[in-house]
Write a protein that binds this ligand. Structure first.
Ligand code: HEM
Ligand SMILES: *[C@@H]1O[C@H](CO)[C@@H](O)[C@H](O)[C@H]1NC(C)=O
Length: 365
């Protein structure tokens, strides 16, 4: 019994091994420079190079942040009851419709910046593929962010997404969990990793009146867990116009906090998951990467796509240190919310209080 089971496992494993051996042989691309296991992916190398050099310019800055946000706002446009094509590029092709959705505030600037690259490379890829490729390449501009797989072959979008599918910053945690649940994000950990993780390399260009590039945490150019600390510091919810835009005054000068992030860190459904990522960088990067990959495949059949992950450059290693409290603050400034575990103990940054500088804006001319 044991022997035959082992034998059949071996017989099953052998063909898989030999197929894998074939599939890992890289061959020279027609450009005579790059090599690829799958020659169908060769055409993407110049796109990746162009994005790195001319869009992101080697920085985890505004253009990279915008590309990541675009992944979310395109992909989440699908619902089991209302329809929509998910990660299909509809936010670009049908921008005249989707940009009227209030939750897409600011996506016009992202499309202004990415659009010229999307058009330039439309001979080798569809808008849906382009948005996901740009998102995957944006992540490897950010130290500590995961290198996620990239699949190619999305069809052109056929219609705009139905309205109301992109979460708003003033949504309740219950509504955010329901919306993510509809697209297969079933646990607090999954939702918190993809929302908190992305907002680790992010800021607000629109929701703070007359200000651009207002960071969500102290380190918007590093994919780290500082966001999970900064959002857990005591903060005041706006009640006036600002509050309607989902904005929270924070203890960290120069930063702003979304009401939705504020609530995810405090609601009993998500607060322990939120806290669990503090100084848990590898776990956060892994869960976040799985979440972004899942977003990138919404509305798509992965079996019909071509795995072109090999064109995504290597991840940048994490360069930051442990998450810390801003100068002058103590653990008493943490608004403990999780009832079953204490917030991880953090050191305070030395020195006088500082103001986090604004994120320089991408040139969208
Ligand atoms: C509950 C879910 C979410 C809400 C309510 C939300 C809301 C927002 C808002 C209001 C902004 C600022 C917009 C502006 O003022 O310009 C923002 C920025 C951003 N979001 Fe989200 N977001 C959510 C989830 C996500 C997810 C899942 C991702 C990516 C996977 C993401 C990526 C980003 C990025 C990268 C930025 C920064 C853009 C920039 O700096 O230009 N967000 N988000
Ligand atoms: C936005 O929509 C307009 C009108 O349909 C279209 O001409 C343009 O190409 C779209 N922009 C992008 C980036 O797809």
């Amino acid at each position: 019994m044991v022997f035959s089971a082992a034998l059949s496992a071996l017989v099953l494993a052998l063909p898989i091994l030999s197929v894998n051996a074939l599939r890992t042989r890289r061959a020279l691309c027609p450009d005579g420079i790059n090599t690829a296991v799958n020659q169908a992916c060769c055409a993407l190398f110049p796109v990746v190079k162009d994005l790195q050099e001319n869009l992101f310019e080697g920085e985890c800055g505004d253009a990279a942040h915008g590309a990541l946000r675009l992944v979310f706002h395109d992909s989440i446009g699908i619902s089991p009851t209302l329809g929509g094509g998910g990660a299909d590029g509809s936010i670009a092709t049908f921008n005249e419709t989707e940009l009227t959705f209030p939750a897409n505030l600011g996506i016009d600037d992202v499309l202004d910046t990415l659009g010229p690259f999307l058009f330039k490379h439309s001979n080798v890829m569809t808008p849906g593929d382009f948005i996901q490729l740009a998102g995957a390449v944006s992540l490897v501009q950010c130290p500590g962010a995961p290198r996620i797989p990239f699949f190619m072959g999305r069809a052109h979008p056929i219609a705009a997404s139905p309205p109301g599918l992109v979460p708003d910053p003033f949504d309740s945690v219950e509504s955010i969990m329901t919306r993510f649940g509809e697209v297969g994000f079933l646990t607090a950990e999954e939702v918190v990793a993809v929302v908190g993780g992305s907002h680790s390399v992010a800021g607000a260009d629109d929701i703070v009146p007359n200000q651009q590039g207002v960071p969500f945490d102290q380190t918007p150019s590093v994919f780290d867990t500082q966001i999970f600390v900064d959002v857990q510091l005591r903060g005041t919810l706006f009640t006036g116009e600002g509050g309607q835009q989902g904005e929270v005054e924070t203890a960290v000068a120069g930063t702003v906090r979304l009401q939705s992030d504020h609530l995810l860190a405090r609601d009993s459904a998500t607060n322990c998951a939120w806290q669990s990522f503090v100084n848990n960088q590898p776990a956060m990067a892994t869960a976040f990467g799985q979440g972004v990959l899942k977003l990138s495949l919404l509305g798509q059949n992965q079996n019909e796509l071509t795995d072109c992950s090999e064109v995504i450059p290597a991840a940048l290693p994490f360069t930051g240190g442990p998450a810390t409290l801003p100068p002058g603050l103590t653990m008493n400034d943490i608004e403990q919310a999780c009832a079953t575990a204490a917030f991880p103990s953090l050191a305070t940054q030395p020195g006088p209080p500082t103001t986090v500088p604004a994120i320089p804006q991408a040139d969208d001319s």
